[in-house]
Write a protein that binds this ligand. Structure first.
Ligand SMILES: [Ca+2]
Length: 205
C-alpha cells in the first residue's frame, strides 16, 4: 500500500468543500463498482474483544493506482468511563482529557476522551507510567488497508493533536475496498467514533 502523507485540519477546510462533493454521491453508495465518494463510521466500541474495533470497509473498491483522499475525524476513549471519573487508588488521569467524544458511540457513555486517529493525549494510568509517557504522544492504533495488510497511514510521529481531531491521508487504490480498524485487545470498554470520508482525487494513470 502506498501512503503519501498525513495533513492536518487546516488544509482540509480548503479542499473538502460542499461544492466539491456532490450530495447525490454520498451515503447511499451502491455495492460494487469503483469508489468516487463514500462516508464511513468506525466505532471504537465493540461488544466482542477480538483484537480490534472494526474493520469497516467501503462498499465499493478503490480503483487500482487511482489517488484517494481519506479524511478522519473524532475522539475516543480506550478505557471505561469510571477510570476517568473516579480513578481507583494508585491511578490518576494523565494528560489533558476532553470531556466527551466528538461522536459518541450509540448506547455507550459519553465521558472523557484522550485519543484521536494520530495521538494519545490523555489516559487513566499509574503516576509512574504517566511520567514516562510525556503526553501528548504519537498513537498508531488507527490503521487502514488498501490491500491485505493493515498499517497506520500517518507518519506516526505526530506529538500534538489537531484542534478539530481531523486528519487527512492521501492513499493509492489497489483494486479492493478500503478497510479501517482500531487495534485494541479490549474494545468492549471503549467509546467514541471516527467519521471517515473517502474521495477519489484522480483516476488511474
Ligand atoms: Ca479498551
Amino acid at each position: 500500500m502506498m501512503v503519501w502523507r498525513c495533513m492536518t485540519a487546516a488544509a482540509v477546510a480548503i479542499s473538502v468543500s460542499p461544492a466539491v462533493i456532490a450530495p447525490a454521491m454520498s451515503e447511499a453508495a451502491p455495492r460494487g463498482g469503483v469508489l468516487r465518494f463514500e462516508r464511513l463510521t468506525l466505532d471504537s466500541h465493540e461488544p466482542r474483544d477480538d483484537g480490534a474495533a472494526g474493520p469497516v470497509r467501503t462498499q465499493r473498491r478503490l480503483q487500482r493506482r487511482a489517488r484517494y483522499l481519506v479524511t478522519v475525524q473524532g475522539s475516543l476513549s480506550y478505557y471505561p468511563q469510571a477510570l476517568w471519573v473516579t480513578p481507583p487508588a494508585g491511578q490518576i488521569v494523565c494528560g489533558r482529557p476532553e470531556p466527551r467524544p466528538m461522536y459518541p458511540s450509540p448506547g455507550q457513555p459519553a465521558g472523557p476522551v484522550g485519543f484521536d486517529a494520530e495521538t494519545m493525549y490523555a489516559l487513566p494510568t499509574r503516576p509512574a507510567h504517566c511520567n514516562r509517557l510525556d503526553l501528548p504522544t504519537p498513537w498508531r492504533n488507527f490503521q487502514i488497508a488498501t490491500g491485505s495488510r493493515f498499517t497506520h497511514p500517518g507518519s506516526g510521529r505526530r506529538t500534538r493533536p489537531s484542534r478539530a481531531h481531523r486528519y487527512r491521508y492521501r492513499i493509492q487504490g489497489s483494486g479492493r475496498p478500503l478497510r479501517l480498524r482500531l487495534v485494541d485487545s479490549e474494545a468492549s470498554d471503549n467509546y467514541g467514533r471516527l467519521k471517515v470520508t473517502v474521495r477519489r482525487l484522480s483516476r488511474a494513470r
